[in-house]
Design a protein around this ligand. Structure first.
Ligand SMILES: Nc1ncnc2c1ncn2[C@@H]1O[C@H](COP(=O)(O)OP(=O)(O)OP(=O)(O)O)[C@@H](O)[C@H]1O
Length: 564
């Protein structure tokens, strides 16, 4: 262990530096089109040296396109990019890296079987001469370089650890080190907190501030207002490809940022609570799932009743995804029973479970959730050609939906959910992530199944769409359906769930009613701490510590640094 980033977490709370200084990067009138879609239109952006600049905007606002141009992944159609005052034209990311840029993408680009140090130096290895004069990778120098960078920026890292065994937070630190090793002076972080626990977010913010203080220019792409307010010095807001707001963060307020992003003020959805829940739509009893080596779900029991939202909190990789997969029937349980609407489906096929009244918003919207090479219209109907959406004129003949019905259903969903697309014939793979998610959510809710499993339903989705999706989920519950909501966002669970269960090391280690649930309690249980206030809802205090002990070697996602 090289250093403890969390020691510096307090730094993150410090007020940002005054916004002035030399422009490290200027984008002047930058534009980009994709066919008829104007992704960026005359965007001006100035990134000052040694500051943290947040780039905010709704899904499809044009943030990724802008960053892709800055990093040389896309060529601008118009405008100019200047680095240190000089105009640049990047032929690709290598040119951008050579000019001092680094980018940490949402989806990490690391080699799982290689060590942290090997990943960091890959492609830019320190070398030494062997006895025959041949150059070898100098592993000692690589380790020393990683240690030196990690210490300088407060990145908690073990150079020898194998990347495949690390948590999302630790992998992200490797990506940041990779950029720093290549002497990035301008660091672009694309939605970096999406995969982190609250304490990892604090550590990341401390690293960001430290890097800025050392002179690095940091660009933070995010949807999250509290993050912008907590860590940035300046904010640029995009809407429909144009700049709609520029603020010094110290002068900005949350509502102002929301207005710039959406053009309107929005209210946060609060969990209004339910009446008395009805019959159980899902009952899971003593469920375990093995990956062949160990139990990734351990003796889980829970029930979801009509008119109830049950939330599952947890750092990703603690068995939530496998629990959902076992309920869906895409993987087998090694022990336990699953009942849907009172019927035992433990050995039923996915199709039979869906037919019994199960809808699902999957986590992997690009893989399981949608077919990227199909149009919005085809996706909207996917998996439901044999059943009509509630209230739609069916257009179904002999079990198949007519093309006309498919298109009109898609147009209605596009309107209802404000999906930003050039039309229902656009390929879903070319929609922004948030807009693709809206198509999946709309499709799954349109059929009124008594049980909905929603896995990260608003991940990567902007505030406006979060509000819309939360509202739909609450309506869905109010209509007498049950929802199992798996989320990394504690605020989402607090806003929606009637009960929050926390998974850690494959087991449920804490359970809170809506009244008992707080960010601190859920966050502590997610990090593997025993429920501080003693037994809650029949879950033993200390169960979490047992889970740590039992799952210590078996839990690859919580790295030792995070546990310490
Ligand atoms: N390769 C592409 N082909 C066609 N359209 C595209 C392509 N890439 C982006 N777009 C469109 O350009 C617009 C801007 O997309 P972009 O991905 O830059 O937005 P974003 O703000 O990053 O959104 P999100 O937060 O959802 O990722 C969107 O309407 C999107 O559908």
């Amino acid at each position: 262990m090289v250093s403890r980033a969390s020691d510096d977490a307090a730094d993150a709370a410090r007020p940002p530096a005054p916004v002035e200084g030399v422009a490290a990067v200027e984008l002047i009138g930058v534009g980009k089109r994709f066919g008829s879609v104007v992704a960026n239109d005359g965007v001006d952006l100035v990134l000052r040296r040694g500051t943290v600049h947040a780039v905010m905007g709704e899904n499809g606002a044009g943030k990724s396109t802008l960053m892709s141009m800055l990093f040389g992944l896309l060529e601008p159609d118009s405008g100019e990019i200047r680095v240190d005052g000089r105009p640049v034209r990047f032929g690709g990311p290598l040119d951008a890296i050579a000019a001092g840029l680094g980018m940490v993408h949402q989806h990490f680009r690391l080699f799982d079987t290689m060590s942290v140090a090997d990943n960091v130096v890959y492609g830019a290895e320190p070398r030494r001469r062997g006895i025959l004069g041949r150059a070898f990778v100098d592993r000692r120098a690589a380790d020393a370089r990683v240690r030196e960078l990690a210490a300088r920026y407060g990145l908690d890292t073990d150079p020898a650890a194998v990347v495949g065994s690390l948590s999302a937070g630790a992998r992200q630190r490797v990506e940041i080190l990779k950029a720093l090793h290549r002497d990035a002076r301008i660091l672009i972080l694309d939605e970096p907190t999406a995969v982190l626990t609250p304490s990892e977010v604090d550590s990341l913010f401390a690293v960001i501030r430290r890097a800025a203080d050392a002179g690095t220019t940091v660009v933070l792409v995010t949807h999250k207002i509290h993050e912008v307010l907590a860590v940035s010095d300046e904010v640029t807001v995009l809407r429909d490809g144009r700049v709609t707001g520029r603020f010094a963060t110290r002068d900005a307020t949350g509502p102002e940022l929301v207005r710039a992003m959406t053009g309107r003020a929005i209210a946060e959805v609060k969990n209004p609570g339910t009446g008395t829940p009805g019959d159980a739509v899902l009952e899971v009893e003593g469920l375990s799932v093995s990956d062949g080596r160990r139990d990734v779900v351990r003796d889980v029991s829970l029930a979801v009743r009509r008119g109830e939202i049950v939330g599952i909190a947890g750092v990703s990789g603690n068995g939530q995804h496998e629990l959902v997969a076992a309920v869906l029937g895409t993987i087998d349980a090694s022990a336990g029973r699953i009942r849907l609407m009172g019927s035992d489906v433990t050995r039923s096929t996915v199709r039979d479970r869906r037919a019994a009244g199960l809808a699902v918003i999957p986590e992997d919207r690009r893989g399981e959730g949608s077919a990227v090479t199909m149009t919005v219209a085809e996706n909207a109907a996917l998996g439901h050609h044999r059943s009509a959406p509630i209230g739609a004129s069916t257009g179904i003949r002999r079990g198949w939906m007519s093309l006309k019905a498919e298109r009109s259903q898609a147009r209605q969903l596009i309107g209802d959910y404000d999906v930003r697309t050039s039309g229902e014939q656009q390929l879903i793979g070319s929609l922004s992530g948030g807009n693709a998610q809206k198509v999946v959510v709309a499709r799954e809710l349109s059929h009124g199944a008594p049980l909905l499993i929603a896995e990260q339903p608003t991940q990567g989705v902007d505030v406006g769409a979060i509000e819309a999706i939360h509202g739909r989920l609450l309506d869905y519950r109010a209509a007498g359906n049950g929802i199992l909501l798996v989320s990394h966002e504690i605020s989402e669970l607090l806003a929606l769930a009637d009960r929050v269960l926390v998974m850690y090391g494959g087991a449920i280690v804490a359970s809170f009613s809506a009244a008992e649930a707080t960010t601190e309690r859920i966050g502590a249980a997610m990090a593997g701490a025993a429920a501080a206030d003693g037994p809650v809802d029949g879950v033993r205090a200390g169960a979490a510590t047992d889970a740590v002990a039992a799952g210590a070697a078996a839990d690859p996602v919580i790295d030792q640094g995070d546990r310490a």
